[in-house]
Design a binder for this molecule. Structure first.
Ligand SMILES: Nc1ncnc2c1ncn2[C@@H]1O[C@H](COP(=O)(O)OP(=O)(O)OP(=O)(O)O)[C@@H](O)[C@H]1O
Length: 217
């Protein structure tokens, strides 16, 4: 009916091109994601999904084109733009001598929360790491480490959440939980971009699918 307010743009990718030598991996890719919107990048292995995500978070530099988050150009060295972006991309390097709960407490405080106890407890419960809260990362299973990595994104402020195959090493219940959790974040106005090979997750968050990569060359 034209009565809906236009969603504010959180992420804008314009003509993003990434080449390695003569090999063009991503060719003039465009994407706009608004508040409360989720996009799932799909496509075969090697299609360039992780490459696009790394450019979005400023971990890699486009050969050509631009990335803007909340109207600011993404620069690896600009804390103002990076503050808006929570990422779970690779296995995080945890501090080997800090426990599960200490990681979450540290991250929340570093991002400006004075009294993060209630939030940290809530997130610990959600990722089902309450029994492991005093353990060091080295003593966790790979699925538990993955849950801790996801938890680090949920204890910090964020306008954009960037996830690379967040379903990895989660069991069926974990994937269902993640779908609900991301949905709740979206309802709060967060924007999400993820690469995923898990259709049930894409469906659960009602993400718009964007396919990357042409025919296999
Ligand atoms: N540093 C690099 N130098 C050369 N080629 C690279 C480099 N990094 C990535 N590539 C190539 O870029 C292509 C895209 O890789 P990318 O990891 O973005 O794919 P993907 O879509 O995330 O794949 P998957 O589904 O397997 O995770 C691959 O062919 C890869 O070999």
């Amino acid at each position: 009916m034209g009565t809906m307010a236009k969603r504010k743009t959180v992420l804008k990718v314009s003509d993003l091109t990434k080449s390695y030598g003569d090999h063009v991996i991503v060719d003039k890719f465009n994407l706009e994601v608004g508040e409360g919107e989720a996009v799932a990048l799909t496509g075969r292995n090697g299609a360039g999904k992780s490459t696009v995500l790394r450019c979005i978070i400023g971990a890699d530099r486009p050969t050509e084109g631009t990335v803007e988050v909340c109207g600011m150009p993404m620069r690896e060295t600009n804390p103002d733009v990076r503050r808006n972006v929570a990422t779970v991309i690779d296995d995080l390097d945890f501090f080997p001598d800090l426990s599960v709960v200490e990681h979450l407490d540290l991250l929340a405080r570093a991002h400006g929360m004075d009294d993060p106890d209630a939030l940290v407890d809530e997130v610990l419960e959600e990722v089902q790491l309450v029994p492991q809260s005093g353990q060091l990362p080295g003593t966790l299973s790979s699925g538990q480490r993955r849950r801790l990595a996801l938890a680090t994104a949920f204890v910090r402020p964020r306008k954009l959440l960037v996830l690379d195959e967040p379903e990895q090493r989660l069991d069926v219940e974990g994937i269902a939980w993640l779908g609900r959790r991301l949905r709740a974040d979206l309802d709060q106005g967060l924007a999400i971009v993820m690469a995923s090979h898990e259709p049930s997750l894409v469906e659960a968050v009602r993400a718009r699918s964007v396919e990357l990569g042409g025919p296999r060359g």
